[in-house]
Design a protein around this ligand. Structure first.
Ligand SMILES: NC(=O)c1ccc[n+]([C@@H]2O[C@H](COP(=O)([O-])OP(=O)(O)OC[C@H]3O[C@@H](n4cnc5c(N)ncnc54)[C@H](O)[C@@H]3O)[C@@H](O)[C@H]2O)c1
Length: 316
């Protein structure tokens, strides 16, 4: 297949491209390179890889991609991934998370492309702290602009599926970590401890608890589920097979992997890291497990492996 990967130069998108290329697909990647070019630098000279440095909220640019390439399917991963930054400037989420979806759907409609795979998030559920979230849990009330823009994207996708006879698979990811990740709590802790190995400031009270999935497990699920997909619209909660990892546990793992001891944890207090952060959530993943996919790492294992990779990178 000839596949458009929107946001393909990012952390998850670049791993997805590696996997799709290995399966023999041809890739058109479009991305405005917020995170830089390093994740796709190894692909530059390949004949089965084409790149557009485009703003994907711009309809005319998106239309140009569809006019210049015969696209069979779209994987849409373009979005703002700096939730705290978006919290200070809502226009970022509106543009990068929502308007990219609108432009891609319109481009697909005009070019008669009918398969869309969308990277959504647990943030669409809002704050349903102790509810076991299934794909049909209702009353979704996001508490961040990011979650709002993703839920609005899902709604728009649903309308295009119905109006244009498209098919869509929506994946609601939890926290995704692994090689090529550049930001988030693990990196904050490593940076802070490199500066001061005696004391670590931890946002909130440390009990915030979320599932972390290793990026290779996530990509394997996406590829598997999109290869064997059934026409229509399907939503999957995609996550690990275990409880999540608390922020304090992440701090302990980072301390261990850095070979430190007697580090004083200074909690800033409160039940969350920042406004718009959901302190904990629980996913029911029986739907995705029923497809035969099994994640290879638990949440704690994913965290430890990511810390090891990051520490090795920092030390080199
Ligand atoms: N990483 C996670 O923990 C996580 C969790 C839930 C959902 N997701 C979703 O998965 C997808 C990929 O996330 P990621 O962690 O790889 O993020 P990322 O920031 O590494 O990648 C996103 C890519 O999208 C591109 N992009 C953003 N806005 C664009 C625009 N307007 N035009 C063109 N390109 C644009 C960026 O340049 C970047 O390369 C996103 O949709 C994100 O919302 C990620």
């Amino acid at each position: 297949m000839n596949i458009l990967v929107a946001g393909g130069a990012g952390f998850i998108g670049s791993h997805l491209i590696d996997s799709l290329l290995a399966k023999g697909h041809t890739i058109v990647c479009a991305d405005k390179l917020i995170m830089g070019r390093q994740n796709i630098a190894h692909l530059t000279n390949r004949l089965d890889f084409k790149f557009y440095d485009y703003e994907l909220a711009e309809q005319n640019l998106v239309d140009k991609i569809f006019a210049e390439n015969k696209i069979d399917a779209v994987y849409h991963l373009a979005a703002n991934s700096d939730i705290q930054k978006g919290g200070k400037e809502p226009a970022i989420d509106f543009n990068d998370t929502f308007l990219t979806t609108r432009a891609l759907l319109e481009g697909m409609r005009k070019a008669n492309v009918n398969k869309l795979f969308f990277a959504s998030t647990s943030a669409v559920y809002g704050e349903m702290l102790d509810v076991e979230l299934t794909e049909t849990t209702g009353g979704l009330m996001p508490v961040s602009y990011y979650g709002g823009a993703k839920l609005a994207s899902e709604a728009l996708i649903s309308s295009y599926v119905s109006m244009c006879d498209m098919s869509a698979v929506i994946f609601r990811f939890p926290n995704v970590i692994g090689p090529r990740l550049t930001h988030g709590v693990i990196f904050d802790f490593i940076k802070k401890l490199k500066k001061n190995p005696d004391k670590l400031e931890i946002l909130g009270d440390g009990t915030q608890c979320k599932p972390y999935i290793y990026v290779h497990d996530l990509v394997e699920a996406i590829v598997q589920l999109t290869e064997n997909f059934v026409p229509g619209e399907i939503v999957y909660n995609l996550s690990v097979n275990s409880e999540g990892t608390t922020v304090t546990k992440i701090a302990e793992i980072v301390v261990e992997e850095l070979g430190l001891s007697n580090v004083y944890f200074a909690y800033t207090g409160g039940d969350r890291g920042w406004k718009g952060d959901v302190p904990r959530f629980k996913y029911d993943i029986s739907k995705v497990l029923s497809t035969g996919w099994v994640p290879k790492h638990t949440s704690d294992e994913a965290v430890r492996q990511t810390v090891r990779d990051a520490v090795a990178k920092v030390n080199n």
